[in-house]
Design a protein around this ligand. Structure first.
Ligand SMILES: [Zn+2]
Length: 246
């Protein structure tokens, strides 16, 4: 089986760089992309994360700059790769923050793979993270479509979910074997390639030890990567055209 991983553009958020790299670069604001990904070449149609559902809500309720152009978002991305929403078999949500699950609602037949510990946290978050969970978004998925995982999980041979807690208690990343090397879709365990290369934990986290162990794990595993929010990823780039990790 020869897999390909494709970066799908979901929109943009305006943040301080220090909020991504444990304070490094604090005071520099930047627009960061929101990435989802598709795995092509499997017997199943597999997506990783589904982006933002409502940029106006992000601006109003979170007070954060947010934009999504007419060619960004999950439905536009599906068109671009030639998939229909009701053909998608599996959605892997790295975690349940609003900017990773907003498009879940458009997949009527998919199975949604998350860590059981993430489900519990989303329903009763640490107070510092209540803002990042939108109950409207995760309750939009029929409860019986969730599959609750407890640790690493092989989705199909060559596509492995690995726990990368720290950013949230039940965060997970996805490692895909492609002909050109291992591609890691990190979610927010690493916001930027820099987080992996320099083993810098993300700033938003529930546990610094776990977050640090997770970036170290990703550094060992990744040859190429789609981090959750790196501007160096190009829309629809695949495999060896994704940022490489040294
Ligand atoms: Zn997050």
């Amino acid at each position: 089986m020869s897999f390909s991983v494709v970066a799908l553009p979901m929109g943009w958020l305006h943040v301080d760089k220090g909020s991504l790299t444990y304070g490094k670069g604090y005071g520099t604001t930047m627009w960061i992309p929101v990435w989802a990904a598709a795995i092509l070449g499997a017997d199943y149609k597999i997506l990783i994360d589904t982006g933002i559902s409502d940029p106006a809500w992000v601006q109003r309720d979170l007070g954060m700059g947010c934009r999504q152009s007419s060619d960004e978002g999950i439905e536009q991305a599906l068109k671009k790769i030639g998939w229909k929403a009701d053909e998608v078999d599996i959605v892997i949500n790295t975690h349940l923050h609003y900017d990773h699950i907003g498009g879940n609602v458009v997949f009527p037949k998919a199975r949604f793979l998350i860590q059981e510990s993430e489900w519990h946290h989303a329903n009763q978050p640490l107070e510092t993270q209540t803002w990042a969970y939108s109950e409207r978004d995760f309750s939009a998925t029929d409860y019986f479509r969730w599959t609750f995982l407890q640790g690493a999980y092989d989705v199909v041979p060559g596509v492995r979910i690995v726990p990368t807690s720290g950013h949230t208690p039940g965060h997970q990343s996805v490692v895909v074997q492609t002909p050109g090397g291992r591609v890691v879709v990190s979610g927010d365990a690493a916001n930027l390639v820099e987080n992996i290369q320099e083993e810098i934990p993300p700033t938003i986290m529930v546990n610094v030890h776990d977050a640090r162990r997770s970036v170290q794990l990703l550094h060992r595993l990744a040859q190429f990567t789609i981090p959750g929010h790196d501007p160096d990823v190009k829309a629809y780039a695949e495999n060896t055209n994704l940022p490489s990790v040294k």
